[in-house]
Design a protein around this ligand. Structure first.
Ligand SMILES: NC(=O)c1ccc[n+]([C@@H]2O[C@H](COP(=O)([O-])OP(=O)(O)OC[C@H]3O[C@@H](n4cnc5c(N)ncnc54)[C@H](O)[C@@H]3O)[C@@H](O)[C@H]2O)c1
Length: 351
């Protein structure tokens, strides 16, 4: 498959689908050839805005289309694994929205099936492409902060009841798989885990304090990382107004703090504290979606879709593999388990 365009289909034409359509149509060597939604009008609307690809209402028919090489799965989170397995069996490569799915057995099944058949499986965690987060990861991996002491993520977002009521799947265990953490918070859980390394145990409280949903609108957890550091995770969608997330990394020699997508503290021995100067060189437009999910930037999706098309052509791993995408979900599930049992939960989870 060298040289020619990778032909994409999109399954699920809801809120996030234009990010995929725009990323595919602007990528080098990629083409949008099909879209699918059980609500035909949604698929037709997306198709009309992005070059009139073929419209399907049954994703299995899209998967049977020999003109399609790869699919972006943009359906409710609890559908991802089943659709990915069907796609793999149809020989399609798969770029899956976050969270990759909501249960570890289902995630393991989709990873295993893609590996067995030999199709690529990638996932969206757009912050992993951002210079801001990569700069922090590299600094900590290089030991610039010394021994790590604390790694914290505060995600104090706002989503209205109308937001939850806007889709039957939102805030349900079966299809959202959780609330403030599994849906909105999973991005920064991924950042914290990616930068600080594996988490050994969590102790958590979660509940729906304000919204009328099955899953949690608020979660707090204390963390113990495998490197010996401690940390705190706070995630909510019920504070008003929603605020930019804040992540803090403290080591014995220095500290780094991010507000939204901006480094506001860079106390690293021997380096200029960027908080004192301009941050524009490292402030990429990822967008925080603190109160409005449609305010996320396009750059991360564009970078990941370009990488995915290149990975197919070059027959290499995509930037975020299924195995990588699984890690944040495992942390979120450990938080839920601890909250349920009232005990600390040890990772890795045994299911
Ligand atoms: N990367 C990000 O920042 C980001 C942002 C928002 C959403 N997401 C993820 O994207 C996914 C979708 O979220 P959303 O907000 O776009 O949801 P949404 O409800 O707006 O869209 C989902 C779409 O899937 C369609 N659908 C449902 N079942 C289907 C089926 N069997 N076949 C075809 N289409 C079907 C629905 O009709 C709907 O149009 C979720 O996993 C979510 O976590 C990621």
């Amino acid at each position: 498959m060298t040289g020619r365009d990778i032909r994409f289909g999109i399954i699920g034409c809801g809120m996030i689908s234009p990010w995929h359509a725009a990323s595919i149509t602007s990528a080098n060597g990629a083409k949008l050839v099909a879209v699918c939604d059980i609500v035909r009008e949604k698929a037709e609307k997306l198709a009309a805005e992005y070059g009139e690809p073929k419209v399907y209402v049954d994703y299995r028919e899209l998967l049977a289309d020999p003109q399609v090489d790869a699919v972006c799965i943009c359906t409710p989170s609890g559908m991802h694994s089943d659709m990915a397995i069907d796609a793999a069996r149809a020989g399609k490569h798969i770029m899956c929205e976050k969270p990759i799915d909501i249960s570890l057995p289902k995630i393991d099944a989709m990873i295993a099936e893609c590996r067995r058949i030999g199709v690529k499986l990638g996932c969206i965690f757009q912050r992993r492409t951002s210079p801001v987060w990569n700069k922090i990861k590299d600094a900590i991996a290089a030991g610039k902060l010394g021994r790590m002491v604390l790694g914290d993520a505060y995600m104090k977002y706002y989503r209205s009841q109308e937001y939850y009521d806007s889709g039957e799947w939102r805030g349900t265990w079966a299809l959202d798989g959780g609330g403030a953490l599994m849906n909105q918070g999973v991005h920064c859980v991924d950042m914290l885990r990616w930068i600080m390394g594996p988490i050994e145990s969590v102790y958590a409280y979660t509940d729906h304090l304000v919204r009328n949903i099955e899953t949690e609108d608020t979660a707090v957890a204390v963390l113990k990382f495998r490197n010996g550091a401690f940390g705190v995770l706070e995630g909510t969608t019920s504070v008003c107004p929603g605020m930019d997330h804040r992540l803090e990394f403290h080591g014995e020699f220095g500290s780094i703090r991010v507000d939204g997508e901006k480094i506001v503290e860079w106390s690293v021995p021997g380096e200029e504290n960027v908080a004192e100067g301009s941050t524009s060189d490292i402030d990429i437009k990822i967008g925080t979606a603190a109160s409005d999910p449609t305010t996320i930037g396009m750059e991360g999706h564009k970078a990941l879709i370009q990488d995915f098309a290149d990975a197919i052509r070059e027959d290499r791993e995509p930037l975020i593999t299924g195995e990588e995408a699984r890690k944040a979900v495992e942390v979120v599930l450990a938080v839920y388990e601890s909250s349920r049992t009232g005990q600390p939960t040890k990772l890795p989870l045994s299911y």
